[in-house]
Design a protein around this ligand. Sequence first.
Ligand code: GDU
Length: 338
Amino acid sequence: MKILVTGGLGFIGSHTVVELQNEGYEVVIIDNCSNSSTEVLKGIKAITGKELVFENFDLRERDKVEDFFNRHTDIEGVIHFAASKAVGESVEKPLLYYENNISVLVYILKELQKKDKTNFIFSSSCTVYGQADELPITENAPVKIAESPYGNTKQIGEEIIKDTCKVQPNLNAIALRYFNPIGAHPSAEIGELPIGVPQNLIPFITQTGIGLRKELSVFGDDYPTEDGTCIRDYIHVVDLAKAHVVALERLMENNNVSNYEVFNVGTGTGSSVLEVIQSFEKVSDQKLNYKIVDRREGDITSAYANTDKANNELGWKAKSSLDEALSSAWKWEQKVRG
Ligand code: GDU
């Protein structure tokens, strides 16, 4: 069975390609390498030993999207990762985000609606919940007004798919709302490669650990949490990748309750920034340089998932601990820069 993975050279995309190949799926990747490189193909091959098809083009070129689907009529499912994902950049360049994340989604769905039956998985985010009123967060928690164009594209993306599914019974879709993906493949053949100064916590920690950054700034210790730092649900990227494969199976087997469903994908456990630092210090056997600074604008206090729906209906559960995830991130950092 042939699956299209857009953005398949990216952080979550590449790990999902590995899990798909491990389960025997044939994979076609479309990626424009805007935030990745073809080196990732070597990493994937080193893990699975399997071939795949890679096409390097920009999905904003609509004629190329159309041409692609005309050439690959046997695609049975699409996992759509290709998107821009930096919150701050989205505030500076909103139209780039709306074009990359919304126009492209529409182009792909327009091709899929020509098919008799088609399965689609969308990368959504826990950002749609904003600061939820109740923790842990269930899928029924209200979607809050987006804090950034990036967050807005995830909300609008979900709405576009939901509205399309209503009138297109041939479209079978699942949106996965990711919490905070971290870590790397245990082989250290693939991992996260942020360009420039990392905005996210874990790559900043590992780059500080390896000596590339002087110290980590912890953004605020006066939040209403036990140790005063923000709480997030950090999920190992391999666990997250596996969630895509089981979601795809649910669509393929027609086990879905409705033709549009939403699932939280997290561990169900919240960890504070200081707990993450402690875990890193333990697995790397070294002290981390850090200082407490002011809060970062736009950060919410606490977000972690209620994962009952994914556990019960997808039969999926995150397996890796925070220590295991950080240990894999550290192994990857050492391989890349060591
Ligand atoms: N943090 C620091 N120092 C840093 C980086 C992060 O203290 O140098 C803290 C943040 O304040 C936050 C926690 O670490 O409390 C996690 O921050 P990340 O930037 O790693 O993750 P976020 O939860 O802020 O970001 C996630 C996704 C984004 C987007 C965002 C929406 O990674 O893609 O969806 O949620 O709010």
